[in-house]
Write a protein that binds this ligand. Sequence first.
Ligand code: SF4
Ligand code: SF4
Length: 472
Amino acid sequence: MYNPKSRKAEEFIDHQEILDSLAYADAHKRDAAVIDAILEKARLRKGLTHREASVLLACELEDKNQEIFALARQIKKDFYGDRIVMFAPLYLSNYCVNGCLYCPYHAKNKHIPRKKLTQEEIRAEVIALQDMGHKRLALEAGEDPVHNPLEYILESIHTIYSIQHKNGAIRRVNVNIAATSVEDYRKLKEAGIGTYILFQETYHKESYEKLHPTGPKSNYAYHTEAHDRAMEGGIDDVGLGVLFGLELYRYEFAGLLMHAEHLEAVFGVGPHTISVPRVCPADDIDPGDFDNGISDDIFAKIVACIRVAVPYTGMIISTRESQAVRERVLGLGVSQISGGSRTSVGGYAEAEPEEESSAQFDVSDHRSLDEIVRWLMELGYVPSFCTACYREGRTGDRFMSLCKAGQIQNCCLPNALMTLKEYLEDYAAPATRAAGEQVIAKQLEYITNPKVKEIVTEHLAQIAQGQRDFRF
Ligand code: SF4
Ligand code: SF4
C-alpha cells in the first residue's frame, strides 16, 4: 500500500502506485486540458507529484512538449542563473564484494586490475586535482569490508581535507559509498562530508534483485532505505540517482520522484541532488546487454521533466555523456558537471596505461577541466567552484528554506564569480583567463544589491592580489 511517510521501501516506492501512475500518464498523454493544468501548477515553481510529472514525461503533443522544454529552461535560469558547479570524482578503491551485473567492479570480474589507493597515493591524486583547479570532490569506492572498511574511507577524507598545496584546497568532499548503518553515517557526518550520494540503480524490485544477485547490495530494502538512515545519522544533504537503461525509464522516473517525495514527507527536506547516469560501455560491460537503453531525445526529456518536478534539487551529469549531450541538457536543468575526470582508481597524478585500466566506465568527454571551463563560458555559463553552503552550515532544511524563499541565488552568483576568479588566477590557460575576466565583468552587472556588488568587487581585487577563500 503506497505511503510516502512509511519507512519501508516497498511502501514508499510502491510498485502498484508506479503502475497506476504510468497508466494515468498513458491515459492523459494526449489530453491537452490535463497537461495544461499540470503545466500551470509547474509554473508556480513548487514542484509536481510523481504522477503529474509522469504525464509530462509521457506527453505526445508536440506543442505541449515544447512548453515543457521552455518551462524547464526558464526554471533552470530562474533558480540557477548561468552557473554550473564543477566537481571531479576520485576513485579510492575498486575492490567490491557485490555482483552488480552492469558494473565492471563486480566481484566475479577476475581480469580487471584491483587497486586501492594508499594515503600517500591519495595525497598525490588530490594535489593533481588541486593543480587542475578542483575544489569539490565526489569520493567513490566499491563495497568491501576487508579492503575498504569505513575506517579507510574516514581516514581518506581526513587526508583529503588536510592537504594544502599552493593555493589549492578541497573544500567539499561528497561521498558515494555503499549503503551502511546509522552509526557509520554519523561517523561520515563527523568527518565533514558534504552530500551522501547513493544511486538506487533501479527502483523496480524484481529487476533490482536480478541485477544484484550476490553481495550485501542484493538487499533491496536495505539499499532503498539507506538515505533515511543517512538522514538519521545527521547527514542532511543526500543525493539520489538511477542508472537509466536497466529498467523502463518511465518506471524509474516515477520511482525517483516518489523517493524524493518520501524524503520530503519524512524529513521535511527533499534530495539535495539527483544524478542521471545512463548505462555505458566498460570493461566486461556491453550496454547492448541491457535492452532498456534510452535515446538522447528521451534523456533530454527526462532531464527537463525532473527540472520542472523538483526545481530546488541540483542535477548532476558526469563525463559518461558526450560533449553534445552535456551541452543539450545543461540548458534544460543540469546544474553540476564533472570535468577532466578519471574514472579509474588513481589516474590523476599519473595516467594509467589503457591495458591496465581499472576504470568503472568509459569516459565520453575527454576534455581537460580548463577546456571544459572555457567551453562553458563560450556557451554563456559561469563555471562555479563554490562550496560555500556546506561550509557556512547551510545544509538540509536550512538550505532548502533559503532555496524556497529564492534567497540562495543572492549567495550563488557572488560565490561563483569569486571562485571563478580564483580559478583564473591560479590555473587557467591564458585564453581561458581572458574569456573568464569578460564573464566576470558581465555577470557582476547582474548582482542587483549595490552593497553585495561592492563587496564582491573588492574581493575580486583582493583575489587578484593573492588572497583566497572569500564567500557569502
Ligand atoms: S556498482 Fe558499486 S557495489 Fe556494484 S559492483 Fe560496482 S562498485 Fe560494487
Ligand atoms: S552558494 Fe550554496 S547553493 Fe549556491 S553554488 Fe554555492 S554551495 Fe551551491
